[in-house]
Write a protein that binds this ligand. Structure first.
Ligand SMILES: [Ca+2]
Length: 489
């Protein structure tokens, strides 16, 4: 670690920095600061200019709850055993000390606004006050009316109305909507409004550091953003991906399946997405990203206005990647491939010498826990031996330094458990059945095939590299992987 950060960590004992912890749901690294030429994300690009962009950050499972619980406990999914939206984390880890809980235990005021843990299975022990969720609608008037009708139809048919947090009535609405509404009258804008209020309250009590977590629901489907964000793009200009075919020679079960996108009212029931409809979806997806970006701009402006900038570590992350037509997977995550597991991660630290840089090192979301503990000068939690990540603090001021690490992501598929290992050059995946028997392997060579269009695990020329990667994976992975039931959306 360079001197500037080291001295900062020591000084932290007296005056520890705040943490602004911002999450976006289902946001792949489609941002200007990640090189995307289409999206409009000026505020996240500004955050990147005053922080470090991790170009190769990976979630541990490409699904909301497993990814978030893994990140918030600093443990891989093979340890948390949470492979689906449920169970609640205290069912598998009753005594684990979560990242925000550890900050709370060390004198921080910790708050959660919006989606940090999955809605409906939050962890009150993590927070100093009850988690807050907006009551504003996700949809504009069109979608809201359709959702209300679906709920009424279910009731009239004598079918149970799904509990809060379940999405079934939502599928009565369209996959996207462009209401002409103020930001604050939809859910995410209301979360930003609440976060601005929270920051102003926190400014009145500067003696206590805060860990403020703000979670956006966009760009998760349905893509609903005020019309002005739709107006930033023209549908007919939007490029569709060229590789709209499944990876060659890949096991069919490894593909994304059952994406909830297909359940929305205007998505063709035969799942055939025409280029025209695909572009409309892309339009909604981009508008939703720009809506999130604008909200983050307001958070950062208020942070600066209140004088918190030099006292606050800012972390921005998306919970996993996403497919918008690549491999012909639409609205897709739910797999072990690069596009589902690679996610945005931007970190800005007071006193950071190297700003506006990109870090090519492989990092995992389990690395966030030890990194934030180190950055804020906290002692280690008493169960620190269970943390499975590695602090990336040395990379903050020296982003190009050597970094010996691989990234692991899992996914259960129909009784098989996939464990993917991303190395500097390769993505290697092992699929095992309930007995732990190896049933399939995948190998993608990112030097030759960055889109993962062909599984080359069976190529004789790759036999040696395959065995080397298999040995590396087994050494890193805890033994006896168990197959888990696949998620049913
Ligand atoms: Ca998600």
């Amino acid at each position: 670690m360079l001197a500037a950060l080291a001295s900062f960590a020591h000084a932290a004992q007296a005056e520890r920095p705040n943490v602004l912890f911002i999450a976006s749901d289902d946001l792949r690294p489609q941002l200007g600061c990640y090189g995307d030429k289409v999206v409009k994300s000026p505020n996240l690009d500004r955050l990147a200019a005053r922080g470090l962009v991790f170009d190769r950050a990976y979630c541990q499972q490409a699904l909301c709850s497993p990814s978030r619980i893994s990140l918030l406990t600093g443990r891989h999914v093979w340890t948390t055993k949470i492979y689906d939206i449920g169970p609640f984390l205290r069912e598998t880890m009753p005594d684990v000390i979560t990242l925000p809980q550890h900050f709370k235990n060390n004198g921080y005021f910790t708050r959660s606004l919006g989606k940090i843990y999955h809605v409906g299975i939050d962890d009150p022990q993590s927070w100093s006050a009850p988690p807050w969720h907006s009551k504003k609608p996700r949809y504009g008037p069109v979608g809201s009316a359709m959702v209300a009708k679906r709920a009424a139809d279910l009731k009239a048919a004598g079918q149970p109305i799904p509990k809060k947090g379940e999405n079934v009535p939502f599928y009565g609405g369209p996959a996207f909507e462009a209401p002409d509404m103020a930001d604050e009258n939809l859910l995410d804008g209301d979360t930003v409004r609440e976060a601005l209020d929270a920051m102003r309250e926190l400014a009145k009590r500067p003696e206590q550091p805060f860990f403020l977590a703000v979670g956006f629901a966009n760009p998760h489907v349905p893509w609903v953003a005020p019309k002005k964000y739709w107006d930033l793009y023209r549908t007919e200009d939007l490029p569709l991906p060229e590789n709209r075919f499944a990876p060659k020679n890949a096991p069919a079960f490894a593909a994304t399946t059952g994406a909830d996108f297909y359940w929305y009212s205007n998505v063709p029931k035969d799942r055939k997405i025409t280029p025209e409809f695909g572009r409309q979806c892309l339009h909604g997806h981009l508008a939703a990203i720009s809506y999130v970006d604008a909200g983050i701009g307001r958070l950062l402006a208020e942070l600066d206005r209140l004088g918190f900038r030099e006292k606050t570590v800012i972390v921005f992350w998306g919970d996993h990647g996403y497919y918008m037509g690549e491999h012909n997977w639409w609205g897709g995550k739910h797999n072990t491939y690069e596009g589902a597991t690679r996610a945005p991660l931007i970190v800005s630290v007071p006193g950071q010498k190297t700003t506006g840089a990109h870090c090519p090192a492989l990092v995992e979301f389990v690395d966030l826990y030890p990194s934030l503990v180190e950055l804020c000068g906290l002692p280690w939690p008493k169960d620190a031996a269970g943390l499975e990540g590695k602090s990336f603090v040395p990379l903050l001021n020296d982003p190009k330094r050597p970094w010996d690490k691989a990234a692991f992501s899992e996914y259960p598929k129909g009784g098989r458990q996939g464990v993917a290992m991303r190395t500097d050059r390769y993505r290697y995946v092992e699929w095992r059945n309930k007995n732990g028997d190896l049933v399939a392997r995948e190998l993608y060579d990112h030097q030759a095939d960055p889109q993962e269009n062909e599984n080359v695990a069976d190529a004789p020329a790759n036999a040696a590299v395959l065995e080397r990667l298999a040995t590396q994976l087994r050494a890193a992975r805890k033994p006896a992987p168990e197959a888990e039931p696949e998620r049913k959306p």
